[in-house]
Design a protein around this ligand. Structure first.
Ligand SMILES: *[C@@H]1O[C@H](CO)[C@@H](O)[C@H](O)[C@H]1NC(C)=O
Ligand SMILES: *[C@@H]1O[C@H](CO)[C@@H](O)[C@H](O)[C@H]1NC(C)=O
Ligand SMILES: *[C@@H]1O[C@H](CO)[C@@H](O)[C@H](O)[C@H]1NC(C)=O
Ligand SMILES: *[C@@H]1O[C@H](CO)[C@@H](O)[C@H](O)[C@H]1NC(C)=O
Ligand SMILES: *[C@@H]1O[C@H](CO)[C@@H](O)[C@H](O)[C@H]1NC(C)=O
Ligand SMILES: *[C@@H]1O[C@H](CO)[C@@H](O)[C@H](O)[C@H]1NC(C)=O
Length: 419
């Protein structure tokens, strides 16, 4: 059965029938895992796990001996976001020197943990801190570290009525404003991965006073054009809209924290489950086991998926076959009129963004399709770098064993040339 699953998803789900079997397969796994969850005690202490699998972000940062700071910031519409900072590194001692800020924004269904999940010599957060930068890591509303609101209950429908539109309109401006005030830096460097680039493109093309704070935009696996988007996760969300809504109460998607921790730190290290865990990851992102450190899967799985709203997943699924990135379609001309003062959802347009932009993408990426990235690249006015890595998929930009050589050291080189 496992083999069948693996075969179908690598075929990119060409047929509806395959998709249906996959969906049921996924539910079967989830059900199976839930049942096993009850027998929890039986499978404890099976194989040693990395301690970071049971830690939160601040704990991981200090576990590796780095200074960590944690802030709760409030957006204009009342969401409380967890913002994390590694103010300086281990190898640079000039703590009193004012350091340039690099801000890291995670992608779809992940969190700030994306930047600190590998060993320090292969995690962008730690590498930048050691290279002498003041590193800040944001969290989008609805993920593990940003699930609070000034007055809305987290389990209310109102809390979960958002998609990446709001992350771009409120979350990113709140984070960047806070950092700029706190550090008194005029300009910051921005690194985004996946949806973290989508948000960046939207914010920087619609809010000039935030755009002028960004010296260079480093876009890893960028998603803006969605013409060729074919991630099975998004296709499945589209096909199974109604079931997904029922399963989740139309609120949050893939975010049951304790359940996930159990899967990550207790189940994935078990040999029989390793393959299933990998399958789910690959289904979301693309397939390349050779470039992953298999001994760290427990860390990756206990922190991912970090959850988002159903509305965000539906927003992405609305973009299948769409030639342009658009705001969320509220479902009827009347509702759109209320939200946008027009009957259809408005298009986003990146051509008037002036921020200097560097792009890295992978040819095996199911979310940031190479053809889409080409379209995006042609629409950016101020292009400074563009590299395509033939064997990279969506998560190699975070967890790839050779990501330092392929991507991170180039980011640092470009920053150093532009100080
Ligand atoms: C992380 O864990 C530490 C120690 O338990 C705790 O003090 C801190 O508040 C936690 N941070 C978050 C964001 O949960
Ligand atoms: C990081 O350190 C580990 C353990 O020392 C080593 O095996 C690995 O090759 C290093 N990775 C990089 C990218 O330098
Ligand atoms: C892979 O992860 C293990 C466990 O964290 C670590 O000991 C090892 O050094 C890592 N290997 C590389 C090449 O980074
Ligand atoms: C996209 O186009 C394909 C082929 O034209 C069609 O089968 C599919 O239903 C479309 N998907 C959406 C979300 O419109
Ligand atoms: C809404 O759109 C109409 C016609 O396009 C325009 O006249 C009006 O000023 C708009 N209202 C607002 C609040 O933007
Ligand atoms: C984006 O804006 C440019 C310049 O204003 C315009 O030429 C182009 O047609 C717009 N694209 C979309 C998709 O609206």
């Amino acid at each position: 059965m496992i083999h069948y699953f693996e075969d179908t998803y690598t075929r990119h789900l060409k047929s509806t029938k395959a998709e249906r079997s996959q969906m049921w397969y996924l539910f079967t796994i989830m059900y199976f895992i839930r049942i096993l969850g009850i027998a929890h005690g039986v499978i404890q202490n099976q194989r040693s796990v990395n301690p970071e699998a049971d830690m939160n972000i601040s704990q991981i940062i200090s576990y590796w001996g780095y200074p960590d700071e944690e802030y709760d910031i409030v957006t204009e519409d009342g969401y409380i976001l967890g913002l994390f900072r590694i103010p300086y590194g281990k190898t640079n001692n000039n703590k009193n020197l004012v350091q340039r800020v690099v801000y890291l924004q995670h992608g779809l269904l992940t969190s700030a943990s994306s930047w600190i999940s590998n060993l320090p010599n292969n995690s962008l957060g730690f590498i930048l801190a050691d290279a002498g930068y003041d590193v800040w890591m944001g969290n989008s509303r609805g993920n593990t570290w940003s699930r609070k609101h000034l007055y809305l209950e987290t389990n209310s429908k109102e809390f979960w009525a958002f998609s990446f539109d709001e992350m771009a309109k409120y979350d990113l401006p709140a984070s960047i404003d806070f950092i700029v005030k706190k550090t008194r830096q005029e300009e910051i460097f921005y690194v985004g991965h996946s949806q973290g680039t989508t948000i960046g493109f939207i914010t920087f093309s619609t809010i000039p006073k935030i755009a002028e704070r960004v010296k260079i935009f480093f876009a890893l696996a960028p998603v803006f054009s969605t013409k060729y988007l074919k991630s099975p996760l998004i296709t499945i969300t589209y096909k199974w809209k109604s079931i997904v809504k029922v399963f989740s109460g139309n609120k949050d998607f893939l975010s049951k924290t304790s359940f996930k921790k159990f899967v990550g730190s207790k189940l994935c290290p078990l040999q029989i489950f390793e393959k299933i865990c990998l399958n789910i990851l690959f289904m979301m992102c693309g397939y390349d086991p050779k470039n992953l450190n298999m001994s760290r899967l427990d860390v990756y799985f206990s922190h991912n998926p970090a959850g988002t709203s159903i509305q965000n997943m539906l927003h992405w699924s609305q973009l299948l076959n769409s030639t342009h990135l658009k705001a969320y379609d509220w479902g009827s001309p009347d509702l759109n009129l209320v939200h946008y003062n027009q009957t259809t959802s408005p298009l986003y347009n990146v051509t008037n963004m002036n921020v200097a932009t560097a792009i890295w993408n992978g040819e095996r990426d199911l979310l940031a399709d190479p053809e889409d990235v080409k379209i995006l690249h042609s629409e950016i006015t101020n292009r400074i770098y563009y590299k395509t890595i033939s064997y990279y998929n969506h998560i190699d930009f975070l967890f790839g064993l050779d990501v330092y050589d392929q991507v991170y050291h180039e980011i640092i080189d470009i920053i150093q040339d532009n100080l």
